[in-house]
Design a protein around this ligand. Sequence first.
Ligand SMILES: C[S@@+](CC[C@H](N)C(=O)[O-])C[C@H]1O[C@@H](n2cnc3c(N)ncnc32)[C@H](O)[C@@H]1O
Length: 165
Amino acid sequence: MPTVDIEALLRSLALGCGARRILEIGTGHGDATLVLATTLPSDGMMITMEMDAATAGLVRERLGAAGHEHRVSVMVGEATRFLHKIAGPFDLILQDSHPQSYEQMLDRLVELLRPGGLLVMDHVAASGGDETMVTLRHRLAADPRLHTSFLQVGDGVSVSVKRAS
Ligand SMILES: C[S@@+](CC[C@H](N)C(=O)[O-])C[C@H]1O[C@@H](n2cnc3c(N)ncnc32)[C@H](O)[C@@H]1O
């Protein structure tokens, strides 16, 4: 069976849930941003947050070259400063920033997600026995607001569906 990478998984998840509003924490070089932007319908939108201004500038150029600049907003700065200023609901949220920040942002990300929406977290098996990730995985598995699956994709991906309350 061919290996699944995170981009292929994201494309399937976004298309599968019919995502029209997508949020990404941690833009990086924009690989996931570009993939997710291509899944949006014509009236869809995406916000991506990146703390490094130079990196964000390069991604804006990539988005422009691909014709997605009008549908994707790149917010530059510390994501925790922005999360309480934006409004949900989002259909799909990708957490791909610094793993040490995942727990701190978790509650707000769940609030921003629509019931039935997907919260995807990358690197949840990073560093094997890293205590931060162990704690996070236990928290995700026990969270009554979510139904979470852990996938062996890259260094671990969690996919959580927000339950209807
Ligand atoms: C693993 S990379 C993201 C990879 C990207 N999603 C991709 O598919 O190419 C992580 C990025 O998150 C950014 N980052 C880490 N912590 C952040 C935070 N608290 N707020 C905003 N950006 C953050 C880093 O600067 C880095 O560019």
